[in-house]
Write a protein that binds this ligand. Structure first.
Ligand SMILES: CC(C)(COP(=O)(O)OP(=O)(O)OC[C@H]1O[C@@H](n2cnc3c(N)ncnc32)[C@H](O)[C@@H]1OP(=O)(O)O)[C@@H](O)C(=O)NCCC(=O)NCCS
Length: 191
């Protein structure tokens, strides 16, 4: 796919999203019906592109946490490092094609392990939808897509961390709080 004759550089192969059997395997209910190929009027769901630096991707992430002042060079260096680990980093974005702005995003990271016969596990991170677009089922769509993708790319399990108030949201996709499991964290910089 190309924009203005310039070939897009995707973080991962867009075909992976096209191959998902979303209609048959989605976890959540959608009213009205939306899907990765039809996320809504004027919207497009796809892998993160290197050109998304100019489409407000980093500014969207500020709704999650501190992002800092990231130069184009830093962004491209990090993007290329992630892309150079094929199959590990899957950031999906939703673009409003009428404004050319990224209005939603979420990331699936696949970790490789030795346990369980060299198994891989998934982690879903950085789920965010721009405030003006919330309540249109886009957060649900992002999490559903990445949950299906985690299975498609061979993870034996997928997990995420969230605040108590978000538990009902993630429960829609089959995520459960596991008995006796705790999330522990040691921070080296303040929140
Ligand atoms: C959380 C977030 C991604 C949800 O995105 P969204 O597009 O507004 O959500 P959707 O329209 O897809 O909501 C779908 C469903 O989740 C529910 N939901 C949305 N936000 C919720 C919340 N904070 N707590 C509980 N349920 C929530 C909705 O009621 C809706 O339920 P329904 O399908 O039964 O009607 C979005 O609110 C956001 O970006 N918040 C700020 C960043 C953040 O907190 N990210 C999550 C980090 S763990």
């Amino acid at each position: 796919m190309s924009t203005n004759g310039v070939e897009e550089v995707y973080l991962f192969d867009p075909q992976l999203l096209e191959e998902l059997e979303f209609d048959d395997q989605k976890c959540a209910a959608y009213r009205p019906d939306i899907s990765p190929t039809h996320p809504g009027e004027g919207l497009s769901l796809r892998p993160l592109c290197i050109s998304d630096f100019d489409k407000g991707y980093l500014s969207l992430l500020t709704h999650l946490t501190k992002v800092g002042d990231i130069s184009r060079e830093q962004f491209e260096e990090r993007f290329n490092l992630m892309k150079a680990q094929p199959g590990l980093y899957h950031t999906v974005v939703i673009e409003d094609m009428t404004t050319n702005q990224i209005i939603g995003s979420a990331t699936l990271v696949k970790e490789m392990h030795f346990i369980r016969q060299c198994a891989s596990r998934g982690r879903i991170e950085d789920v965010v939808v721009n405030g003006s677009y919330q309540g249109k089922q886009l957060g649900k769509l992002l999490v559903d897509v990445l949950t299906l993708l985690s299975r498609r790319v061979g993870c034996y399990k997928v997990s995420l961390e969230c605040l108590d108030k978000m538990v009902p949201f993630y429960s829609k996709f089959g995520y459960v709080k596991e008995e006796g499991q705790n999330y522990m964290c040691r921070r080296y910089v303040p929140k």
